[in-house]
Write a protein that binds this ligand. Structure first.
Ligand code: NI
Length: 160
């Protein structure tokens, strides 16, 4: 396991679309382990593969600190409601901004055995799912910010 370098805004890899995972390999399993380690080391609540320079449809999310989700080829199949709040991103260090997201989402994804499962989330989990899935299509939250980006102190607020 290793902590990987997190790509930052301006790196064109963050604007590219990711490829579906069609088979699990030792190399991809290593990537997932490294993504979890990198997310925790950076005190993030989520991380998408392109943030470590890999254009694959994989995200990891843990909004509580002890309940990691690995979502492979995730797709949002239901969403409802609305929440407006502060969002940050490990690829946009030191900044946050106001973003409106659904308050509930249901996602269909595959696990590390490529078995399909559903995950439902509300509030922060729903926000994190939406944020991370956007990364897989080359989108950063800054495109959706209402008003200006704010400067935040390190370790203040959640980063995804
Ligand atoms: Ni992010």
């Amino acid at each position: 396991m290793a902590i990987r370098n997190i790509r930052e805004i301006g790196d064109e890899i963050l604007n590219k679309s990711c490829k579906e995972i069609t088979q699990m390999t030792p190399r991809t399993l290593d990537l997932i382990e490294d993504m979890l380690e990198t997310m925790y080391a950076a005190n993030g609540v989520g991380l998408a593969a392109p943030q470590v320079g890999i254009l694959k449809r994989i995200v990891v999310i843990d909004v509580t600190g002890d309940e990691p989700y690995v979502l492979i080829n995730p797709k949002i199949v239901e969403q409802s409601g609305e929440q407006t709040g502060q969002e940050g991103c490990l690829s946009v260090p030191g900044k946050s901004g106001t973003v409106t997201r659904p308050n509930y989402v249901k996602v269909v994804a595959q696990d590390v055995d490529l078995k399909t499962f559903e995950l439902e989330g509300t509030e922060l989990l729903a926000r994190a799912i939406c944020h991370e899935l956007d990364h897989l299509d080359g989108h950063l939250y800054v495109e959706k910010v209402e008003g200006e980006l704010h400067t935040v102190m390190p370790n203040e607020g959640e980063e995804e």
